[in-house]
Design a protein around this ligand. Sequence first.
Ligand SMILES: Cc1ncc(C[n+]2csc(CCOP(=O)(O)OP(=O)(O)O)c2C)c(N)n1
Ligand SMILES: [Mg+2]
Length: 391
Amino acid sequence: MKRYAAFDPPEYVAWKRDDRDVDAFRERPRADPARAAIVDRLTEEQHLDLYRGLVRTRLTDIALKRWVRQGVISKAWLGTGEEAATVGPVHALRRLRTADRGLRVTPSSGDESHPQSAIRNVQSDIVAPMIRNSGACSEMGMPVADIFRAYMGTGDGPSRGRDGHYGSIAHGIVAPISHVGDMVPIVTGIALSFAVRRTGQVAMTWIGDGSTKAGVAHEGLNFAAVRRAPAIFIIQNNQVALGTRLEQHHLPAETSRFADWPRAYGMWGGEFDGNNVLDAYALAALAVERCRRGDGPALLVAETFRMGGHATHDEAEARETFDAELFAKWGRRDPVALYEEHLADDGVSRATLAEVEAEVEVEVERAQEEALVSRRERMPEAESAVEGVYA
Ligand SMILES: Cc1ncc(C[n+]2csc(CCOP(=O)(O)OP(=O)(O)O)c2C)c(N)n1
Ligand SMILES: [Mg+2]
């Protein structure tokens, strides 16, 4: 894909294919026959849709970063380098019909704004992304323009200008809670309601390596395990929590990291390569099958790396937190580039890949234009601050 010298991490701007990395990418899901079988069943259309999702997520980040530089917004929380850990698993879920994805759903009002009653009406699976998983929103079908509207606090944005955390129950997305770890028991509760009502739906969330240290995450995981809730938890180990490196908050960091956590909770699970969208998709698809069969929750562990700062304000600090060699190592494993090379090796023409990228560029540019119109014309009225609140 195109590189953006002013916005991409330098390792991506200078990205060059290394055959060993692309071969390893192909081999990773093949090491497990169950994952290989899932990958083999993917159609070319599904492959291109996964690629589209990765590019959409990356270009949304690039657009946000550009706006930060231009002073349109003050900062942005990005998932650059971690896109595959979000896009792969979401594509294994039941989502809105393709034709309905990207359509706006008017921000809810009145009774519908009660989250419980709204979730009961959702037909798709449910995701609860954290800040690093913003791509889950667009992949579930929320318009990219709504992500931008949320950043600008427009009155027609997902929270009607009240909160920078965004989701859309109509698209099956529960907005993040600021307190990390708190989504875990919420997702467990939603999944439990699916089990009680026998809907066959699945609920999925991501837990950062740092967030695994919140007590509430432990309570939620344990409760899901003992109640066999159809929930999928993905520990997204990007090796850092704000400015704290993994080995400063997690033991034994070098030997097992999180690999033994599923067994510790009595849950089915496994590790996947967080920079390999096919490995991510395949392991999540196996977890989804189990959940739908009533075989209980899954705890998946993704190893990946945060290629920027916690947000756009501390990118320089992030570069001081880790050796340049670590950035270089993970930079060679750009999840978008590796998948692009893999698809090209598999016979997808470069022209087709470029076409997908061009379509997404137009989608994201239009989304930016729409959101800027909202900012000009539809900022919230001050009086609306007292609507829909308890007191
Ligand atoms: C309970 C709680 N403690 C502290 C914070 C401040 N905080 C926000 S994000 C973050 C780091 C989270 O790290 P991790 O879970 O690894 O996710 P990542 O940012 O790496 O994706 C912290 C400490 C918070 N939001 N909630
Ligand atoms: Mg982290």
